[in-house]
Design a protein around this ligand. Structure first.
Ligand SMILES: Cc1cc2nc3c(=O)[nH]c(=O)nc-3n(C[C@H](O)[C@H](O)[C@H](O)COP(=O)(O)OP(=O)(O)OC[C@H]3O[C@@H](n4cnc5c(N)ncnc54)[C@H](O)[C@@H]3O)c2cc1C
Length: 403
C-alpha cells in the first residue's frame, strides 16, 4: 500500500492552496482564525466562491456537478481548507442529502433539488432525531398521514424533531416520518420527506447551547401539508435512505486536518502564555500532553490515509469509518481541552470583560482566549452526533470483532 502522494497529487495540492490563498476573503479568514461564530452570510459567501470554481461537491458524480476528484484529492482539498482555517462547507445539503437524491430520487427531484443545493440557493437541515429517538432512531413518532384533495396527493405531518442544526436558516429540511401502522416493523414504516420550511405549521424554536450559541433547534410540525412528490424513494422505504445518508454523514467526520490546525494554534498560545516566568510550551507536563495529542493524531492520520488508499483501490469504507469517527472526535475534544488549559484564567467562560460608558464590553486578556471556553463547550457535541461514539463501538464490536 502506497501512502505517498503522487506527482499529480502534489501538483493538485499546489493548485488548491493557490486557489484558497487568492479567493478566501480576508474578513472570513480573520473571523475563523479567532473561532468567531460564523453567520449565515459567512457560510454562503464561501460556499458560493467554491461553487463558482466547481469544487463545492467533491464526492458527487461528475454528471451532477462533481469535479471528478479521487479520494486522495478530496483529502488534499479538505487538508488545504483546514490549514487555511476556511469556514466549513455545511454538510447537510452537499454531503448528506444530495447523495440520497441522486441515488434514490426521480429525474424531476434531481432536477429540482440538485442545482440549487450546489449553488447554495437551498440551505438544508436534517430532521431525524426526536425527543426519545436519537440512537434508537427507528422508534421515531412523527406521523405522516396520506390524503388526497383538489390540490393532489399529499401527507399531513405532525410531530417534533430536535437538535436540528441551523434550522433557523433552513429553506428546506429532509425529514424521517412514520407512514406505516403499528402492525409493521419500525424500520419498514418510515418514509423520507423533503419539507419546505416555510410551509404553514412548521415552527423552529432555538436551543441555546452551553457556549451561548444558537446552533441547534426544536422543529415542530403541526398539520404540515407535504406533496407526495416530495417523498424520496418508495413509501415505507425511508430507512434505506436514512442508513445510506448516515454513512455519508460519518465520512470526513475524523477532521484530522482541522485538529492539526488546532494543535498549531495551541503551540502559538503556549509560546505566548507564561507560567512561573517561563513560556507554557517549556512546561514539561504541558509539553507531554501536547506530544501525546500529536502522536495520537499522527496515528489517526495514517489510519485515514490507509482508508483512502483502500478507497482509491476500489474498496468502500467499512467499519473503519466508525473507528475514524471515535478517534477523530475524541482528539477534537482533547484539542479544545488543551486550548482551554493553555489560555488559563482568561478562558473563564462567563466573564466577558468590563463595560465602558456605552454598551460595549472590553474583553480581558489576549484575543486568542475569548473563544476558548465556548469552543470547548461546543466540542462536546462531536462524540454525540453522527451516531454517538458508544454506538460506533457497538458497530466495531459487531462488524470487526464479531461479537
Ligand atoms: C450539537 C448537535 C447537533 C445535532 N444535529 C442534529 C441534526 O441536525 N439533525 C438531527 O436529526 N439530529 C441531530 N443531532 C442529534 C444526534 O444525532 C443525537 O443526539 C444522537 O443520535 C444521540 O441521540 P440522543 O441525543 O437521543 O441520545 P440517546 O440515544 O438517548 O443516548 C444517550 C446516551 O446513551 C448511549 N446509548 C444509547 N443507546 C446505546 C446502546 N445501544 N449502547 C450503548 N450506549 C447507548 C448514547 O451513546 C448516549 O451516550 C445533533 C446532536 C447534537 C449534540
Amino acid at each position: 500500500m502506497n501512502l505517498e502522494f503522487s506527482a499529480e497529487d502534489i501538483a493538485f495540492r499546489d493548485m488548491v492552496h493557490q486557489f484558497i490563498a487568492a479567493q478566501y476573503p480576508l474578513s472570513l479568514r480573520t473571523k475563523a482564525a479567532s473561532d468567531e461564530e460564523a453567520t449565515k452570510e459567512d457560510f454562503l459567501a464561501w460556499h458560493r466562491i467554491v461553487a463558482k470554481q466547481g469544487w463545492i461537491a467533491p464526492a458527487w458524480p461528475k454528471e451532477y456537478g462533481g469535479p471528478g476528484w479521487t479520494p486522495v484529492q478530496r483529502y488534499i482539498w479538505s487538508e488545504a481548507c483546514a490549514a487555511a482555517d476556511t469556514i466549513p462547507i455545511l454538510p447537510f445539503g452537499i454531503n448528506m442529502l444530495a447523495p440520497v437524491v441522486y441515488t434514490f430520487g426521480t429525474p424531476e427531484q434531481k432536477q429540482k433539488f440538485l442545482p440549487p443545493t450546489l449553488s447554495g440557493d437551498i440551505w438544508w437541515c436534517q430532521g431525524y432525531s426526536e425527543p426519545g429517538s436519537g440512537s434508537d432512531l427507528a422508534s421515531l413518532k412523527t406521523k405522516a398521514l396520506r390524503g388526497t384533495d383538489a390540490e393532489g396527493d399529499h401527507y399531513i405531518v405532525n410531530g417534533q424533531k430536535t437538535w436540528t442544526t441551523l434550522a433557523q436558516y433552513a429553506d428546506w429540511g429532509f425529514f424521517l416520518v412514520c407512514t406505516g401502522d403499528a402492525s409493521m416493523k419500525a424500520q419498514q414504516s418510515i418514509s423520507f420527506l423533503l419539507i419546505d420550511m416555510k410551509s404553514p405549521g412548521v415552527t423552529v424554536r432555538p436551543i441555546i447551547t452551553l457556549g451561548g450559541e444558537h446552533e441547534v433547534n426544536e422543529v415542530w410540525l403541526e398539520n404540515v401539508r407535504v406533496p407526495v412528490s416530495n417523498r424520496i424513494h418508495d413509501e415505507n422505504k425511508g430507512w434505506d435512505c436514512a442508513k445510506f445518508l448516515l454513512a455519508h454523514e460519518r465520512s470526513g467526520i475524523a477532521a484530522v486536518a482541522r485538529s492539526k490546525r488546532g494543535i498549531d494554534k495551541i503551540k502559538g498560545i503556549a509560546r505566548s502564555e507564561r507560567r512561573c516566568g517561563q513560556p507554557l510550551l517549556n512546561d514539561p507536563f504541558f509539553k507531554r500532553k501536547l506530544s501525546e495529542l500529536e502522536i495520537d493524531l499522527t496515528a489517526l492520520e495514517y489510519t485515514e490515509l490507509r482508508t483512502l488508499a483502500g478507497e482509491n483501490a476500489g474498496k468502500g469504507p467499512g467499519p473503519e469509518s466508525s473507528l475514524l469517527k471515535i478517534k477523530g472526535t475524541e482528539i477534537q475534544q482533547r484539542v479544545t481541552e488543551l486550548a482551554l488549559e493553555a489560555v488559563g484564567h482568561y478562558g473563564a467562560p462567563y466573564f466577558r470583560g468590563f463595560p465602558d460608558d456605552g454598551d460595549n464590553m472590553h474583553p480581558i486578556g489576549p484575543d486568542y482566549a475569548h473563544r476558548a471556553a465556548p469552543t470547548y463547550f461546543n466540542g462536546r457535541k462531536t462524540s454525540i452526533y453522527g451516531g454517538s461514539n458508544e454506538i460506533q463501538r457497538n458497530i466495531i464490536a459487531k462488524m470487526v470483532l464479531g461479537l
